[in-house]
Design a protein around this ligand. Structure first.
Ligand SMILES: Nc1ncnc2c1ncn2[C@@H]1O[C@H](COP(=O)(O)OP(=O)(O)OP(=O)(O)O)[C@@H](O)[C@H]1O
Length: 534
């Protein structure tokens, strides 16, 4: 057992090598529960993120907290204007990440003119569609204006440039897309395209750069649901790429715009066409690409999910009991591919007539999905003649009637998608990190409570690629002594929701799936944290 001391809080000591019944290290909460009894700081003052969802490993928590406490307190205690402003802004908590906007790194370009009392800064959010950006702007203005020496505050809002969080060889067309959201149903005709298109226009209305890819080659619906001026996709002959068409600022690609009508093709051919249409399109910078998936869970859908680094999936269903069985198939497919299903839309759930609400297809299948598979959000869409009419007229309902009840439901779905994608990105990008102060790789697998530490050399020695293990004979090519004990990773980047790519100083790029990392021997004797040279 080893006791560890936080650099600037010597009174804190945590028992870190205790293992739980499954052999994993004790959770951060347990460590803190064990240890805070004897210490003078108050756990309720911990950032919410520590106690809520992003329970960081204790070591890094101490290191970061100690550093930020030191930096913050020295700035604050020396009474610098910058310290005052940052302290004021750190009262604003991002409810999704559970931490303050300064720690989130949102505050940029801080300029202070002490003589005139003028302060200006930019808040760079993770997405332009952030549903609470106005609230952030207002609060930032207010908290800084409250400082006694401040006379004028100028806040500008911006969003991070679009970029995928996934490392690896992405097709060129997908390299500048932040989030790819699949809208899927397990059988045809349930309203999947209606949901995909209205969701896309809702996200665009929230300020995001959006594209829609209609992956249904057999029955493309996009051409009847939107009215772009140019109804044919153009080719860039030099680059041999496809230029999406555009309607009200949303980029659109569909086989129905390829001048071919619906296709008569066999499965593998369909996969090829979809793959080519999607990956050779010049999507440019997008915050969200919504994919209207072909119905079902067969090979075409599987191949598509494997080509595209999906961030999340939305499942569309109808209320019949039988639909539940189909939905279950879809959820399992995404779960196998490690794509989180963030919402279920129960379409055609009811209609209102004669002052009464009718449920012609029964009730309860949507909530059964939510309960059984732990999908956090369920949205009901009523049967509406206007929804059907807008599908045929070429103007999505959320554009035709932006204040209506349907638009409100899509607004809620849009907010859910934005928040869930941001959370997934945060979880994935912090799932595997290198903590230089204790020379350990820290693993916090998304959607799991488990956190543990690994010795870098052990991770490198456990590489299962062809460079390390003979694929045919299983013979170990990489020898224990080939890897120096003190090797440190140069870079760790997520590869989808299932693995990370680790670059080592010898140039070797190791793909380490979470499943594999979970099997590796864990670090028990954790080294004392040391000051990290930046
Ligand atoms: N809530 C609704 N109220 C009324 N009509 C609806 C509703 N949802 C969808 N529709 C209509 O039902 C038909 C099928 O919808 P849609 O094309 O969106 O389904 P789909 O699941 O994408 O079908 P496919 O798998 O064939 O592409 C369309 O005519 C659409 O306008």
């Amino acid at each position: 057992m080893q006791l560890l001391h936080a650099p600037s809080w010597p009174h804190l000591s945590f028992q870190t090598s205790d293992r739980n019944s499954k052999g994993g290290l004790l959770s951060l909460e347990k460590c803190l529960q064990l240890s805070t009894a004897n210490c003078s700081f108050q756990p309720q003052k911990l950032e919410r993120s520590i106690w809520v969802s992003h329970k960081r490993n204790f070591f890094s928590f101490c290191a970061t907290k100690a550093t930020s406490v030191e930096a913050g307190s020295s700035a604050a205690s020396s009474g610098t204007a910058e310290g005052d402003v940052l302290k004021a802004l750190s009262q604003i908590i991002d409810p999704d990440f559970g931490t303050d906007i300064v720690t989130c790194g949102f505050v940029k370009d801080l300029l202070i003119d002490e003589a005139s009392g003028e302060v200006s800064f930019r808040l760079e959010l993770t997405t332009p569609a952030c549903p609470i950006k106005d609230m952030f702007e207002q609060q930032a203005n207010e908290v800084v204006a409250r400082l006694p020496w401040v006379k004028k505050v100028a806040v500008t809002m911006s969003a991070q440039p679009a970029k995928p969080i996934f490392a690896g060889d992405l097709p060129a067309g997908l390299r500048r897309i932040s989030n790819i959201v699949a809208v899927s149903s397990c059988k045809g005709g349930v309203g999947k395209s209606t949901v995909a298109v209205n969701l896309a226009y809702t996200l665009a209305g929230m300020g995001a750069r959006v594209g829609v890819f209609d992956a249904d080659v057999y029955g493309p619906s996009l051409p009847t649901m939107v009215s772009p001026e140019n109804r044919l996709l153009e080719m860039n002959p030099e680059k041999r790429t496809i230029i999406p068409t555009d309607y009200l600022g949303v980029k659109l690609v569909s086989f129905g715009f390829a001048g071919q009508g619906r296709a008569i093709m066999r499965g593998p051919m369909v996969s090829g066409v979809i793959d080519q249409l999607l990956t050779t399109s010049e999507w440019g910078e997008l915050d969200y690409l919504v994919i209207d998936m072909p119905p079902g869970t067969g090979d075409i859908q599987l191949t598509l999910c494997q080509v595209v680094p999906l961030t999340a999936a939305v499942i569309v269903t109808t209320p019949q009991k039988l639909a539940f069985i189909d939905v279950a198939k879809g959820v399992r497919m995404f779960s196998k591919l490690k794509v989180p299903c963030v919402a279920v839309v129960e379409n055609m759930s009811h209609f209102d007539a004669d002052g009464k609400r009718y449920y012609p297809f029964g009730r309860g299948s949507g909530s059964q999905v939510v309960q059984q598979f732990g999908i956090p959000h369920l949205f009901d869409l009523p049967i509406r003649p206007t929804l059907s009419a807008s599908g045929d007229s070429g103007t999505p309902e959320v554009v035709a009637d932006p204040q209506g009840e349907v638009a409100q439901t899509f607004q809620n779905l849009g907010v859910c998608v934005v928040q869930q994608c941001a959370k997934i990105r945060q979880q994935v990008s912090t799932a595997v990190t290198y903590d230089k102060s204790i020379k350990a790789i820290r693993v916090k697998v998304p959607d799991s409570e488990e956190e543990f530490l690994l010795h870098p050399a052990t991770v490198r020695r456990n590489d299962h690629s062809a460079q390390s293990v003979d694929e045919w004979t299983g013979e170990q090519k990489l020898q224990y002594g080939d890897i120096p004990e003190d090797i440190e990773p140069e870079e760790i980047r997520p590869m989808g929701n299932y693995a990370v790519s680790i670059t080592w100083p010898d140039g070797f790029s190791q793909i380490a799936p979470y499943d594999q990392l979970q099997m590796i021997e864990r670090l028990v004797d954790v080294p004392q944290p040391t000051a990290v040279q930046s």
